[in-house]
Design a protein around this ligand. Structure first.
Ligand code: COA
Length: 354
């Protein structure tokens, strides 16, 4: 059989089927067939997570028992906090990746184990950060997933800001064969266990071309005093052929629907402030000069900043959301598994002898 050559980066290559998420012909992101912008208006994080994992909108009872499973599994074993005290690692993504991989889980069934991993991520994020910065540990057993997570990362209880965080987390929850999900599916396809697969996904999400982008945006954004300042910076980067974090996407070439939703939420929060105007000036300049749209991470970074969330948590928030998509993909991969093992075109030397 002759080999099939595909474009670099697998651009536009369909590698398998999925029933979890897609982008429709009009540019809407769909989770299990529903437009995400409709889901976020009507459902909470727990409902959408259930929908993604189990393929149906939960009844109230299903939702409550799913959330109860998450709550039961949300605490961290003291021995693992001791490990965090030894590591004192400030990079929260490194902590999530390491702790998820070494955690002494108690679940035996694959589905329970995946939910156990997802349930622990918010507390891993909070405890590891607080330990590394010599801050007291906090927790809040009450409230929704987003309310607890907001409290864990900011130390403040704020139902309104938690609701804004929840909307962003729903946007981040799933995105078909993105790089981290693909890494998870490759690992799952070898029949490695759920912990190994989620660890692969976390390691892949960290890179600045993927989930790490949001953590780099404020580094340049907060330095601008005006839209003109920002435009000069953008022009200079374009001139030097450097990438601007928060722009471009493999799937969305005209518009990222998630970015536009979060932009509107940001407008609600920030009003016609200079911060909002600078963001729009950057978006417009990138489109005018390069025809490259803002992606979700661009508006998400500014949005999380306004919610009073430290930049160290931006990629971890993505991870705590996307893990529910990863659960669905782990299960889907194993329902009809074939090991993912492509070929390569050898371009190295041959016939060498010693
Ligand atoms: N800033 C400046 N130019 C960009 C750009 C950006 N953020 N993103 C893409 N481009 C340019 C590329 O330089 C390339 O130009 P060329 O054809 O002249 O070489 C062209 O647009 C196509 O980009 P490419 O990197 O090949 O697209 P891709 O589909 O392989 O990559 C991303 C997609 C997301 C990795 C890429 O857009 C990127 O690196 N963005 C910045 C990181 C980011 O925000 N990541 C979060 C994604 S949600």
């Amino acid at each position: 059989m002759s080999d099939i050559e595909v474009p670099k980066g697998l651009t536009n290559v369909i590698v398998d089927e999925t029933g979890i998420a897609t982008t429709d012909s009009t540019g809407n992101l769909l989770y299990r067939g529903y437009k995400v912008v409709d889901l976020v208006r009507k459902l909470g994080f727990e409902d959408v997570a259930y929908l993604i994992v189990y393929g149906k909108v939960p009844t109230e009872q299903e939702r409550n028992s799913f959330f109860a499973r998450i709550k039961e599994n949300s605490m961290i074993d003291g021995s693992v906090e001791d490990v965090m005290r030894i590591l004192k690692e400030k990079d929260v993504m490194r902590n999530i990746r390491s702790i998820v991989s070494l955690y002494p889980y108690t679940s035996e069934k694959s589905d329970d184990l995946l939910v156990e991993i997802a349930a622990k991520i918010p507390k891993i994020v909070s405890d590891s950060y607080r330990i590394a910065h010599n801050l007291p540990l906090v927790d809040d057993a009450d409230g929704s997933f987003a309310e607890r997570f907001y409290y864990l990362i900011t130390g403040n209880r704020d139902p309104e800001k938690s609701k804004y965080l929840e909307r962003l987390m729903i946007m981040y929850m799933e995105h078909e064969f993105n790089a981290s999900t693909f890494a998870l599916r490759v690992t799952a396809s070898t029949l490695a266990d759920p912990v190994a697969a989620v660890t692969s996904a976390l390691a892949t999400l960290k890179g600045p071309l993927h989930g790490g982008a949001s953590a780099e945006i404020l580094d340049f954004f907060l330095g601008f005093k005006s839209g003109e300042d920002a435009v000069k910076y953008i022009d200079d980067k374009i001139e030097k052929k450097e990438k601007i974090m928060g722009f471009g996407h493999r799937i969305y070439k005209d518009m990222d629907p998630r970015a536009q939703y979060i932009k509107e939420q940001l407008r609600q929060m920030a009003g016609d402030s200079s911060l909002f105007r600078i963001a729009v000036a950057i978006e417009e300049r990138m489109w005018e000069k390069k025809k490259i749209p803002a992606n979700l991470d661009f508006y998400a970074a500014i949005y999380m900043h306004l919610l009073g969330i430290d930049q160290d948590f931006y990629t971890p928030i993505f991870a705590a959301s996307r893990v529910f998509g990863w659960i669905a993909h782990y299960n889907e991969q194993l329902q009809n598994n074939k090991i993912i093992r492509p070929s390569s075109k050898y371009v190295g030397p041959t016939g060498l002898s010693l």
